[in-house]
Design a protein. Structure first.
Length: 360
């Protein structure tokens, strides 16, 4: 009997150990338990990559990273330029901008499930009901609707120039609506297009120059970060970045705060529950923080060093900053606590432009 019990215990031990992620083996991972980093890769040459970072959270745990899980798992490169990603149910979608594709991956294994082709210049995602996802695209200034069940594009609508970040607002007086920030793409624009559940335009809002990204605070208020229009000849003459507050009931937008510096153009807005955090300049500025209720534009760095991208894990109460070490080699992902104190870091692929936390 003792030998039998010992055999059962040994078998269970081996089984449990075999189910644990292996820090040395990217093919033995549960990629839902960590941070995904979308790396742009070199412009027009080479390929974008998808990195994975797992951070130590217990004595028996360890911190480790894999620089290119897409190619390792699937045996091919992703394409140029990797732009953004989203988790939807059991899937991860990655937009590959210059390739005109979206890669649909198994969220646990990173195995390729489908490639959406024939797109233009895909940018950002927004999850919708019924396992569907909206995708902004610069080439023809469109929003596509991808159905993850049928793996097809089921709808498309033309919006204003340069659609970027989006926000889905359910149960407004106008029904479920999708807000689409339209930055102008390779030119300039200052509108947010409002689409109803049937993907018809019902309203157009005028906002700051080059609207970029949305975030929602715990009160339900939606915020929009506008980058401002750069002046490449005299940077100080650019229009400044700004924050607009969105009224979800009236579907209106009003100026809330603006920068005094026309040479800086902010991006990557997130809310940490008590404040709004964003990168002060899209070309690797500092991550700054504006407490909710304040109208003073933040200028003091909140996270140490420069940031090319930033994200916040609402459950773990952690910030992540993507940093460009140089433009020809690996980048860096730094983890911070809720107070903005750096905890640890790992290497990433080249030019970490978008961060997908474990919980978002």
């Amino acid at each position: 009997m003792k030998n039998f019990k010992h055999l059962i215990y040994s078998t269970l031990t081996i089984f449990i150990a075999s189910c644990q992620p292996d820090p040395a083996n990217p093919l033995n991972q549960d990629y839902r338990n960590g941070v995904l980093v979308v790396n742009e890769g070199p412009f027009q040459t080479g390929t974008g990559t998808l990195s994975f970072a797992h951070f130590k959270r217990s004595a028996s745990d360890s911190t480790y990273a894999f620089l290119d899980v897409f190619q390792t798992v699937n045996g091919r490169v992703m394409g140029n330029i990797a732009q953004s990603a989203v988790r939807v149910g059991n899937h991860v979608l990655v937009a590959v901008n210059l390739a005109g594709t979206v890669e649909m991956l198994n969220a646990k294994t990173m195995a390729l499930e489908h490639t959406f082709t024939g797109l233009g210049l895909p940018r950002y995602f927004q999850a919708l009901p019924n396992n569907r996802v909206a995708l902004s695209d610069w080439q023809d200034n469109r929003v596509y609707v991808l159905d993850l069940n049928t793996k097809t594009v089921v709808d498309t609508v033309q919006v204003d120039a340069g659609p970027e970040g989006m926000a889905y607002l359910p149960n407004t007086p106008s029904g479920d609506v999708l807000l689409v920030a339209c930055s102008g793409g390779y030119s300039d624009n200052n509108t947010v297009v409002v689409l109803n559940a049937q993907m018809n335009r019902i309203k157009t809002l005028t906002v700051g120059d080059q609207p970029h990204s949305f975030a929602q605070d715990p009160s339900g208020t939606w915020w929009l970060l506008n980058q401002g229009k750069p002046d490449w000849t005299t940077p100080a003459n650019g229009t400044p970045g700004s924050l607009y507050r969105i009224d979800a009931n009236a579907l209106t937008a009003s100026l809330y705060a603006s920068s005094a510096d026309g040479s800086l153009h902010p991006a990557h807005l997130v809310c940490d529950g008590t404040g709004l955090v964003f990168v002060s300049d899209r070309y690797a500025g500092s991550a700054v923080r504006m407490p909710l209720g304040s109208t003073v534009w933040p200028t003091v760095p909140f996270l140490t060093g420069t940031s090319y991208s930033v994200a916040f894990d609402a459950l773990k109460k952690e910030f992540y900053s993507g940093k460009i070490v140089d433009y020809s080699g690996p980048g860096q992902l730094v983890r911070y606590n809720e107070q903005g104190v750096a905890l640890d870091s790992v290497s990433t692929g080249q030019i970490p432009g978008f961060i997908l936390p474990e919980s978002h």
